[in-house]
Ligand binder design. Structure first.
Ligand code: AMP
Ligand code: MG
Length: 392
């Protein structure tokens, strides 16, 4: 067992194999969730012109109590035609351009109007209620850094910075392959010994969350020929192949041989990890291939540990979430020679296992906020021990 790779070494090997995918220009309304591949630079000042933060009157700087002549109006989208001199005021709406000559805006609530005269009941300090051009972003500055996953606010910032499209990494194309004679399509009645293929749909969800596109899904029987054919078909047109099951040492495990026959080079097989010991990883050119174990929890955990970082790195996003520490609320047993990834809920800095942690207990993933690592060793990790975790 001493020859098994550690989780960190296996991850490093996966990330070392990643060649980032090319960039493409994506219209903003299709860019939600995509990873930015170049900095978004402000093409102009934001706001583009000096404008009013209030409805009221644009005035020169001065004391309260002045009566000023109203010489025009500046509305949003329709700036005043005139500038403004001492003794004058321009009626102004929120967001409208502050006319030349004006130093401040007095809120309408602090004025009284009589015909074309306005009396201001507030002091006009220079800059009061005026938003400067470039207050938010100066032309030429970086508004959003490369590597950012674009959320709704980032789309808005890119738009206001003058961009209709943004350079994004191509989405990784992912082929999913579920192996096993026992697998039955979801929704169908189970024959004796059959189980529903839950890995395909769960991993499909994780792939989408990591920015990938599932380009093919297949189920294959446990024969050498069928597995070889399915692997070849799945590799065509995919950046990443993720198989589940059939990667252990059983007589009916054909995945490793099929991958070898398809020219996929093994980088590693087996990690000092529970669940997920039989995890296999290899490459064919720039294609990445993950042979994940079949047990549903193992498949999900090893996806999160190894495949998700690879999908993020392919897009130029930070691959790993920071490792944090929490205090364990209850004792957990330790495995002698394998690190164990347990699913935990987090309450402040306290981590509690999500119930039974068997690799078949799929519901242990449901409430999980994080994956916590119980280092291999003797006995148990006691309640109150510090434990490292990664947030999901
Ligand atoms: P294997 O890695 O092929 O030995 O499979 C280990 C366990 O995971 C077995 O109990 C399988 O029935 C189960 N399993 C394999 N593939 C899937 C799948 N796609 N969905 C749900 N369970 C699976
Ligand atoms: Mg199997």
């Amino acid at each position: 067992m001493a020859d098994l790779l550690s989780v960190d070494a296996a991850r490093a090997a996966v990330l070392a194999a990643v060649a980032p995918l090319p960039s493409q220009d994506v219209p903003l309304d299709e860019a939600l969730g995509r990873v930015l591949r170049g900095d978004v630079v402000a093409r102009g000042d934001v706001p583009p012109f000096r404008n009013s933060a209030m409805d009221g009157f644009a005035v020169t700087a001065g004391a309260a109590g002045r009566s000023l002549r109203i010489v025009g109006e500046s509305r949003a989208g329709a700036p005043a035609a005139v500038g403004l001199r001492e003794g004058e005021a321009v009626r102004i709406s929120t967001g409208a351009a502050v006319p030349d000559g004006a130093d401040a805006v007095i809120m309408v609530e602090h004025t009284s109007v009589d015909g074309d005269t306005v009396t201001v009941h507030d002091q006009a300090d220079t800059g009061r209620n005026v938003r400067g051009a470039g207050d938010d972003l100066r032309r030429g500055t970086v508004a959003i850094a490369a590597g950012t996953t674009l959320g709704p606010a980032a789309l808005g910032v890119a738009a206001t910075a003058g961009h209709a499209t943004v350079p994004c990494a191509r989405r990784p194309r992912v082929a999913l392959l579920a192996t096993g004679d026992e697998l039955v399509p979801i929704g169908e009645t189970l024959p004796p010994g059959g189980i529903h293929d839950s890995n395909a749909v769960a991993l499909g969800g994780y792939v989408a969350r990591a920015g990938g596109i599932v380009v093919s899904r297949a189920r294959v029987q446990d024969t050498a020929e069928a597995t070889r054919a399915a692997v070849e078909a799945a590799l065509a047109g995919a950046d990443v192949l993720i198989s589940t099951g059939g990667v252990s040492v059983g007589e009916h495990d054909h995945v490793k041989a099929a991958l070898g026959a398809a020219g996929v080079q093994e980088t590693f097989w087996r990690v000092a990890l529970r669940p997920g010991k039989p995890t296999w990883f290899g490459t064919r050119g720039d294609q990445l291939v993950f042979g994940l174990p079949g047990n549903p929890v193992s498949a999900m955990v090893t996806f999160l540990l190894f495949a998700r970082p690879a999908l993020l790195a392919l897009q130029g996003a930070p691959a790993l979430v920071p490792r944090e520490t929490a205090v364990l609320t209850t004792a957990v047993p330790r495995h002698a020679v394998r690190d164990e990834l347990i699913r935990v809920t987090l309450d402040g800095d306290r981590a509690t296992p999500t119930g039974p942690q068997g690799s078949h207990v799929m519901t242990s993933m449901l409430a999980a906020d994080g994956l916590a690592l119980v280092p291999m060793g003797d006995g148990e990790l006691p309640a109150g021990a510090e434990i490292g975790f990664e947030r999901l």
